[in-house]
Design a protein around this ligand. Sequence first.
Ligand code: MLT
Length: 428
Amino acid sequence: MSKAAKLIYDGKEIELPLLTGTENEDAIDISKIRSETGLITLDKGYKNTGATTSKITYLDGEKGILRHRGYSIEELASKSSFTEVCYLLIYGELPTKDQLDNFEHEIRFHTLVHEDFKIILDGYPSKAHPMGVLSSLITSLTAFYPESLDPSRSRKLVDLSIVRILGKFPTFAAWSYKKRTGHPIIYPDNSLDYCSNFLKMMFALPSMEYEPNPVVTDALNKLLILHADHEQNCSTSTVRIVGSAQSSIYPSISAGINALWGPLHGGANQAVIEMLDTIMNDNNDVDKYIKKAKDKSDPFRLMGFGHRVYKNFDPRAKIIKKAADNVLDKLGVNDPVLELAKKLEKIALEDEYFIQKKLYPNVDFYSGIIYRALGFPPEMFTVMFAFGRLPGWISQWVEMRQNKEPLGRPRQIYLGETQRDYVDIKNR
Ligand code: MLT
């Protein structure tokens, strides 16, 4: 007998079927609740509501488990490459060598962008935030590839749109940075691997030879893998709901970029570094800021601590903390902010207030420290998060379209005025 939940309401009783996932998590399927009872459910922020089923990522917030297509984040971060994880997320299986070589060749073939994109870029003031520049450049891809607007035409066309955005995203990200620094843009160098090519476009200058440091390239691969997907987070849910209207992949991902920009989501890594810099510039007075974080009347919040899903630790933070130590050591970077971060972490992990509120370091707490050690400025940290999340957004958009999911259209409970008559302005 299939499992069910009973809803008793207004003297009536209905059964609601249960759906059990492959990891034995149960959900009450409420698809028929309104037609059978007239009721809707209310769950602001969807904290208890599943929006879909998916085969891409599994995470267990209690046990700190994160897997992509069944492979643990620990194994992928230590043994895989970012392009291989992109393939895994999008196509569901680890690629053979030929498949990966072909995938990487296709991506390299699309790293160059139309020269007219420089005109769009020149339209921005130099201090424009790179996330805003990036989201508009990604949407503008539809102007250059109008055939991408109807992705249902063929899987071949969707695959072409996928390698185009994987190829051009790093170019756009690097160029949005160069726009900010006022340095000349650097064109893709397809003799390099995916991450090295991006680093060269980011940091090379026409007047100098640029040799990517393998320590930096390895660290970047790991960081991007750690951010590759995270089931139905805010930006991925945004990509899915925009895609559910049959918007094509570029505007759907551009919407995801804008959702990720928020300081409560991907913008947290930039906010962490800004918080650490504030504490450092205030005589490193960690105790003062711990007190402020506990004071409900104080607007100060500890950024990079706690997580909506993980209840004990964020598995990515454990990996990234080790990587931070390793990278700074290998690069000979002595960043006092890392020492401050470790001091803050130690206090937070031992203080009853933070333990009780499950406020422990999440992936954003350390990522900014590594990105800074790798030479990225704070305003590029969220761009790096978006770069890592790109394959996750793509895979979730493809899955949603392949499953022919319905248009996303949540309901509401109305709390406004009941009906009233119009009053002419002279009588108000
Ligand atoms: C993410 O990786 O998207 C963040 O941890 C936020 C989330 O999963 O809600």
